[in-house]
Design a protein around this ligand. Structure first.
Ligand code: HEM
Length: 450
């Protein structure tokens, strides 16, 4: 009699990933998390399991499982992971890191600020900041650095009307100092690692202290002022005043630092990778230019133009498919549930990866190719919904997705009407999957007037 092949219902656990690393999955993940994720998917299919430090970890790649974790069974999962714990040290209890009733209240307060009519008011600032950068944006440039500075400037102006360059710079440096230590804190499986006296930790805490001071001052000054502002802080204050308990200074600090960190580096990376993809695919760069010339004819983008810049939108979507700024999401199983047809026990860490799912040959034709037209409606039919989830999904979906798309399109519209970006031979980016997916040593490109 031949033994039954293990099928769902006969096995209780998904295949174990053999990472081929002396320190197993933990070692492979620490060395190169993106390569580890791709290899786990290739070897094990829709769900892979392994030990990550002392924890049981499952990696789920199938869009249906992504949907289960983020939407259908979201109540069975929490954000009680090491990653979010370390992020909490920087962001406090803002929208990204809070849960339960605290999160519900925060989301209720923040939602109105992200409605279409509200964010439309930010478009002028986005255009103005980009026009400023576009003056003299020529020659060999670190485009990653430029996009980071630009989105930080836009964030500081639209979130709390900062016009002071030194303040924006201080916030940028503080954020960089705190976030650059993040990967180390998450990947070192020892307790209290953030309190060891190392130079990295010194930068980490100094960054947090600066954020507390600068953002704290902004909040205090605003409370003391009667002047009208059309920014996110004002919208948060307005919505919070309508609540039974107004927001405390600390709550406002946490929300503003959260918005800054969630909103600026992500969009900067989306822009950098889009410019990189265009530099590799001049045919697409020309199509974008033709569309911009026809629709805008030299002026910045308005909200009404967005629907007509469809090539630009598909190029952006395709770039975020290949290089999703948020490349991985982690969750903790709080009550037993199912994933890939297996029972996943309480206490398991579950990881989803937009990067791996977006490049899976099981859900995408020619996944490594740059083909923006794959997002045409007729070519998207039948594609599972969560095969593409750069902004996550369900109730914890990115609140700033519309803001981010509008910002990225308006920035690209200004820059690409004036300039072409060309790759410099030998300057291929190295992926740095940190809090966001960015190029490790920046990205030098040649910026040429059109
Ligand atoms: C291309 C740009 C962006 C990408 C790819 C992106 C992606 C994401 C993703 C994947 C999440 C889920 C994170 C998680 O589950 O931990 C998220 C959450 C969030 N994002 Fe974004 N984001 C972008 C831009 C922005 C912007 C511009 C803002 C603010 C202006 C923003 C604010 C937030 C906030 C507050 C959350 C937490 C929402 C909640 O849990 O209720 N994001 N984002």
């Amino acid at each position: 009699m031949t033994a039954l092949a293990p099928t769902l219902g006969h096995t209780t656990r998904p295949p174990t990933f053999d990472a081929g690393h002396p320190l197993g999955v933990t070692g492979a993940f620490g060395a190169d998390p993106i390569a580890m994720l791709l290899s786990a998917h290739r070897q094990c299919g829709p769900v892979a399991r392994g030990r990550l430090g002392p924890m049981e970890a499952w990696f789920a790649f199938d869009p249906e499982d992504v949907d289960r974790v983020l939407r259908a069974d979201a109540h069975s999962y929490s954000k009680a992971t090491r990653g979010y714990d370390k992020l909490r040290l920087i962001l406090g209890e803002g929208l990204v890191t809070s849960e339960g009733e605290t999160w519900k209240r925060r989301r209720r307060i923040a939602n109105p600020a992200f409605r279409k009519q509200r964010i439309e008011g930010f478009l002028g600032t986005m255009n103005a900041s980009t026009v400023q950068l576009a003056e003299g944006w020529e020659g060999e440039r670190d485009v990653a650095h430029d996009m980071m500075a630009l989105t930080l400037d836009i964030a500081c102006r639209t979130f709390f009307s900062t016009e002071v360059e030194s303040e924006t710079e201080a916030i940028g440096k503080a954020m960089e100092g705190a976030l650059s230590q993040f990967n180390h804190l998450v990947s070192t499986p020892l307790p209290f690692v953030e309190y060891w006296p190392t130079p990295g930790n010194a930068r980490f805490w100094a960054g947090i202290r600066t954020l507390d001071r600068v953002v704290g001052d902004i909040v205090r000054e605003r409370r003391a002022s009667d002047a009208e502002h059309h920014d996110l802080l004002e919208m948060l204050l307005e919505a919070a005043d309508a609540e039974e308990n107004p927001m405390t200074d600390r709550e406002l600090r946490d929300e503003l630092v959260t918005m800054l960190s969630a909103g600026h580096e992500t969009t900067a990376n989306a822009l950098t990778w889009t410019l990189y993809c265009l530099s590799l695919h001049p045919v697409w760069a020309r199509r974008v230019e033709e569309e911009l010339d026809a629709v805008l004819g030299g002026r910045p983008m308005t909200m009404a133009d967005m629907g007509r810049l469809q090539v630009l939108r598909r190029v952006l979507d395709e770039s975020m498919r290949l290089y999703p700024p948020v490349w991985m999401l982690g969750r903790m199983v709080e009550e037993e549930t199912t994933l890939g047809g297996y029972a996943v026990p309480k206490g398991t860490l579950v990881f989803l990866s937009p990067y791996a799912t977006h490049r899976s040959p099981q859900y995408w034709e020619n996944p490594e190719g740059f083909d923006p037209d794959r997002f045409l409606p007729e070519r998207s039919e039948g594609r599972p919904k969560q095969a593409y989830f750069p902004f996550s999904a369900g109730s914890r979906k990115c609140i700033g997705d519309r803001f981010a798309i509008m910002e990225a399109m308006s920035v690209l519209a200004v820059l690409l009407q004036k300039y072409r970006v060309e790759a410099i031979p030998g300057e291929a980016p190295v992926l740095d999957p940190s809090v966001t997916l960015r190029p490790k040593h920046g990205l030098r490109m040649r910026v040429v007037p059109r």
